[in-house]
Design a protein around this ligand. Sequence first.
Ligand SMILES: Cc1ncc(COP(=O)(O)O)c(C=O)c1O
Length: 420
Amino acid sequence: MAQDLGVSRNTVTATLDELIADGWVEARRGSGVYVLHETRAEQPEAVDAPTDEPFTRPFEIDPPGLDIFPLEAWRRIQARRWADMPRMDLREGASAGYSGLRRTIADHVWVAHGVSCTPEQIIVTQGARSGLDLVLRCLTEPGDDVWLEKPGYFGFRSIMDAAGRRPVYAPVDAEGLDVAAARALSPGARLAVVTPQSQMPTCMRMSEERRQALLDWAAETGGWIFEDDYDAEFRFDKGRALPLAGQPGADRVIYAHSFNKTLFPALRIGFLVVPPGLTDLFVEKRRHADGYPSVPDQMVLRDFIEAGWLDTHVRACRAAYRQRKDVMYETVEPMLRRWLRFEDHPSGLHIVAWLDPAVSPAALRDRALSVGIHLTPMDDYYPEPAGDPRLVLGFAGFTPDRLIAGARKLLAILSEETTG
Ligand SMILES: Cc1ncc(COP(=O)(O)O)c(C=O)c1O
């Protein structure tokens, strides 16, 4: 074999030893070396090639305005951070998050959201969902009841299932979560998951009476409140008010916010503000879960905020989103008025629209998807089909041109559905 291949005997022997050790071939005394056929499972044939293709469809809920994100500033800040990165900073990170970012967030959450806390109370997470997961593991036991809003953000349902906690769906009305109804459904619940500033998906602000009722429930029963302030920056009226966590008597509130919506979804960084006595517990549980978040990403985010880019970007977003919202009311709604009536919301990056009862939201969603339009039936926000005739239309991630082009396609489909 050495002669055939034109290599030395030592090379052949060493290679065969390696193949035998890895189980590819077998040496049979006095007979030779044989290839083993059954050593490896067949590589499964790819059904769909994986793709990271970034596409967004008009009226999708999730994407923020990626077109206005200051990518150049982020690139520069990231390059500078890596250029100066001491090798020691490549070691493991802290479970509560990078201390520099925690300090910056503590300042930011006070100035921007009115929540007063120390850097020690900040736990950096991957976002609101991973924040809820950690809260469930720290403050509840498997099988415990947890109040969720109905309708409410569907992303939290799977977190509850995975953690084995029992969701109790409490109705939401024009004042937010109905605390009395929730108490009747589950008096022993350990946690309430709420969006008081801008209820997801109805965009209502929780009334003062309901806020007090929720705080009273927590104080009386020893329950906890998870306040998801996901859309905090984007109220378009003058009615910005303190989140629950900034109100007096909020010592049983865990405040959650996410940069994934404010900046860009691929970032995967958010944070919790936990009451002072709970920090050690959260850090300990975090250590045993996913350890700690990516340190260099946290450093870049810290530099981005400290350089004033978060504030600049939020201002730019507010202006762009206000314009996009105006396009929705002034151009899109008149085009579609025969079938859709838009609710009026002072907050939120989406609009709730009442659909003509003659049209099925699910059928329309499927038809729209086939032409590249993403509609979200309100029913998706219920744990089971509720027959809610409304649609939820995202606008923040799309330029006026894309919104209007999307509306034209929708108009064509709705006209077909009604005449056909
Ligand atoms: C109500 C609500 N909370 C939180 C989030 C974001 O969660 P995460 O930071 O886990 O991506 C969203 C995303 O759309 C949301 O709608």
